[in-house]
Design a protein around this ligand. Structure first.
Ligand code: A3P
Length: 346
């Protein structure tokens, strides 16, 4: 591997002096518990990592354990997103693309998606794998291993950044991202007997940067900067553009991971079959979506909770023009000079 493919330093961000996995989790849990935290909003208290980002306790601990213990391979592919920005969709597209030979998308009735949701096919490092005092044995997984994370670029496991593995990022309009989180949080709050949050309350926190894996703008700019510096290592997609032309994005994704579609596959309609298989309308009707569940360290999630409307611009049904303008103004100011245009602009 050439040093030019190394994105950041390979040393873990936090000192580790634990002998057992359990001690490691305890050490990080004690650290995070002493950091500043928010009220239980949107649904759990959010702790402020010493690199400035927010997360609930156990995923943050999981991210730190992954930083210390994840043994990356250059062939790994990591989906990176903010929660509620299209993670489920890009996981499905990536899995269906990488595994298209053994699981053809046009044989939808036999596809693993009938029994497993995208989050069960592509696991989160910090919500599913590095959880419950456990350091998972991922060594036997065949290449390419597919993982996901919600952590900012600066907190990717150091070994992943150093390995030259590939990262697929999806960014979404902050207003739609926020409204999707608002709905998801209220479902969680209802289950826990908590009062629903208003869109105004969650928007206020969001603008202050207090959102899961936020501040939103730092997260997006971190991966954008990495993409600009190393486009062959970090792919940058926008949810809104994926909605406009999903097939073009599937082709780019396949090329990026080194598995471009052959002329025969193109002629055989494989790209369109993958787009159809992973479409909102198809996925929402699958039994794995309707009755399946995904175990996350913050609780068990019904697979159906990852599907709501799947549209661009639904924020307009929930946010006042004043709040929308406030978010747009922050976005313009923060993105200014980065070369990244706010979603929804040409
Ligand atoms: P909405 O709440 O706006 O409908 P995540 O997967 O990161 O949790 O994001 C969830 C959002 O992505 C939800 O947005 C959900 O409806 C949407 N989504 C899930 N699957 C999708 C798909 N196959 N195509 C488009 N959008 C999808």
């Amino acid at each position: 591997m050439s040093s030019s493919s190394v994105l950041t330093s390979p040393s873990p961000s936090h000192e580790v002096d634990a002998e057992t996995d359990e001690e490691l989790y305890k050490q990080f849990t004690d650290s995070v518990s002493s950091w500043p935290s928010s009220e239980p909003m949107p649904f759990l208290p959010l702790y402020r990592h010493d690199k400035g980002w927010y997360s609930s306790l156990m995923p943050m601990v999981g991210a730190m354990v992954a930083d210390a213990r994840f043994a990356a391979r250059p062939s790994d592919i990591i989906v990176a997103t903010l929660p509620k920005s299209g993670t489920t969709w890009i996981k499905a597209l990536l899995y269906a693309t990488v595994h298209r030979r053994e699981h053809p998308a046009d044989a939808a009735a036999d596809h693993p998606f009938n029994s497993l949701g995208p989050h069960e096919c592509v696991n989160f490092l910090e919500y599913q794998l590095y959880t419950n005092n456990r350091v998972p044995d991922l060594g036997r997984l065949p290449d390419p291993r597919l993982f996901a994370t919600h952590v900012p670029f600066t907190s990717l496991p150091s070994a992943a950044a150093a390995s030259g593995c590939k990262v697929v990022y999806v960014c979404r309009d902050p207003k739609d991202n926020l409204i999707s989180m608002w709905d998801f949080a209220n479902k969680f709050r209802a289950r826990e007997g908590q009062e629903p949050m208003s869109p105004e309350a969650i928007a206020e926190l969001f603008c202050l940067g207090v959102s899961p894996s936020g501040p939103y703008w730092d997260h997006v700019l971190g991966y954008w900067g990495a993409h600009v510096a190393r486009p062959e290592q970090v792919l940058f997609f926008r949810y809104e553009e994926m909605k406009l032309d999903a097939a073009a994005h599937v082709r780019r994704l396949a090329e990026f991971v080194g598995l471009p579609f052959s002329a025969e596959e193109e002629e055989g309609g494989v790209v369109d079959a993958i787009v159809r298989l992973c479409s909102f309308d198809h996925m929402i009707g699958l039994e794995a979506t309707k009755s399946g569940k995904t175990e996350l360290v913050v609780g068990t999630a019904a697979n159906s909770s990852f599907f709501r409307r799947g549209q661009v611009g639904d924020w307009a049904n929930h946010l006042s023009p004043e709040i929308a303008q406030r978010i747009d103004a922050i976005t313009e100011a923060r993105f200014n000079g980065s070369g990244l245009r706010p979603s929804g602009t040409k």
